[in-house]
Design a protein around this ligand. Structure first.
Ligand code: PLP
Length: 235
């Protein structure tokens, strides 16, 4: 089986086992560090959603992909990396979704810089679910105020929450973190019933994320193999 069909059947099986056959999550192929040719291969198989973490890597890659014939063919681009405020403009101009908004200043810049001809930018608030001080994401206690402020910005559409829990090989621990994110979304929905997105689950914990209601999975390694060069920490 190809890695792509392998991931699709893992998702399918997890959906069936958690009684979610009626609602499959969106698979985002996390293509950071992968060359345009690898993305084109997946697009050829029907993959449409791609996730990138570094603006300066993503933009030339998308031009290369366009040169391979994939311009204007319905690909959906998700920005999932840390955001520095001096990088918000190209993100606002070139992406459909941003999963990693963790402070109001970034959201305000993205809204102000979203080009007039484009639909509102879909955004998720990133939550620091495991309380790791080194990690990105806002604190759960700050979410209601942040969500209300972001929801008011004219060129953004607040969709929900994203988290990257501390890695764990234990399915129960994986599920506990995802359940926490689901409960935070449920609380926010009392303020904003339109919120519909739980961006959670990666290569090693997608089953646990599906069992807890993930709507968007962000999968890299299981689709492309191990990333071959060191990830940069800048955006
Ligand atoms: C790299 C990355 C992923 C993909 O992780 P894998 O373990 O390779 O599936 C998902 N989400 C974010 C935010 C990432 O940076």
């Amino acid at each position: 089986m190809s890695p792509y069909s392998d991931v699709l059947s893992r998702i399918d099986k997890a959906c069936k086992e958690s009684g979610r056959s009626h609602f499959a999550p969106v698979l985002i192929a996390v293509s950071k560090t992968q060359p345009a040719e690898r993305l084109a291969e997946l697009a050829q198989l029907g993959q449409r959603d791609f996730g990138e973490s570094y603006v300066q890597e993503a933009l030339p890659k998308r031009e290369a992909l366009a040169a391979l014939g994939w311009a204007n063919r319905g690909l959906i681009w998700h920005f999932i990396g840390p955001i520095q405020s001096n990088k918000t403009r190209p993100i606002a101009e070139h992406f459909d979704w941003v999963h990693s908004v963790d402070r109001l200043k970034i959201a305000e810049r993205l809204s102000a810089q979203r080009p007039a001809g484009l639909p509102p930018l879909n955004v998720c608030l990133e939550v620091n679910i495991s309380g790791e001080t080194s990690k990105g994401g806002g604190l759960p206690a700050e979410l209601p105020a942040l969500a209300q402020a972001v929801a008011r910005l004219p060129h953004l559409r607040l969709r929900g929450l994203m988290a990257i829990p501390a890695p764990s090989a234990d399915p129960a621990t994986q599920r506990a973190a995802f359940r926490h994110l689901r409960q935070l979304l449920k609380q926010l929905r009392t303020l904003d019933p339109d919120l519909d997105t739980l961006s959670m689950g990666m290569s090693d914990d997608l089953e646990a994320a599906i069992a807890e209601g993930a709507t968007h999975l962000r999968i890299g390694t299981a689709l492309f193999g191990a990333r071959t060069y060191t990830e940069r920490t800048d955006t």
